[in-house]
Design a protein around this ligand. Structure first.
Ligand code: CA
Length: 172
């Protein structure tokens, strides 16, 4: 299998450098773009396996980049957001981000998320497995939950917690 290529889209050079250094240390190849337009250009010809995408970017912001990426394929995307950007997070996840990380972040955590998203996206697509517990249903792949057929609006953290609880019922 080829070494995964990660496109780091971040206009703050020191953050981008740290991310690239940690990713490379873990054996990934990296490319970097410092604004939205060059991100899309690079994504088009370098065909990254995953995009680490800052939300606040010059030229074209991260959510616009995400929208365009989503309209042309399903390259996994992890958003880099600033603290308190709940709206951006929600919007980002609805637009189809695979995960997000809040700044200031621990680069090791980001690299771990990259690994997790790549594993998830490279897994052979499974017939959707829905977990059930009483009236609750969780689709861990689509990251959607329902209670008595009503779709729940959850943050990623709430979703993960719920998924865990449904997966391991009757445990403290
Ligand atoms: Ca930025």
């Amino acid at each position: 299998m080829n070494t995964p290529l990660i496109l780091v889209v971040e206009d703050e050079a020191h953050i981008a450098e740290v991310l690239e250094a940690y990713l490379r240390r873990d054996g990934y190849r990296t490319e970097r773009a410092a604004d939205g337009k060059s991100a899309l250009r690079l994504a088009g010809h370098a065909r990254p396996d995953l995009v680490l995408l800052d939300v606040h970017l010059p030229q074209l912001d991260g959510l616009e980049v995400l929208k365009t990426l989503r309209s042309s394929g399903n390259t996994p995307v992890i958003l880099l957001t600033a603290r308190g950007e709940d709206l951006d997070k929600m919007l980002g996840l609805r637009l189809g981000a695979d995960d997000y990380v809040v700044k200031p972040f621990n680069p090791n955590e980001v690299v771990a998320r990259v690994g997790a998203v790549l594993r998830r996206s490279s897994a052979t697509p499974q017939p959707t497995e829905r977990l059930k517990a009483g009236p609750l249903e969780v689709d861990p792949v689509a990251m959607v939950a329902w209670i008595a057929e009503t779709r729940l609006e959850l943050t990623l953290t709430e979703f993960r917690l719920l998924e865990h609880l449904v997966r391991y019922p009757n445990r403290t």
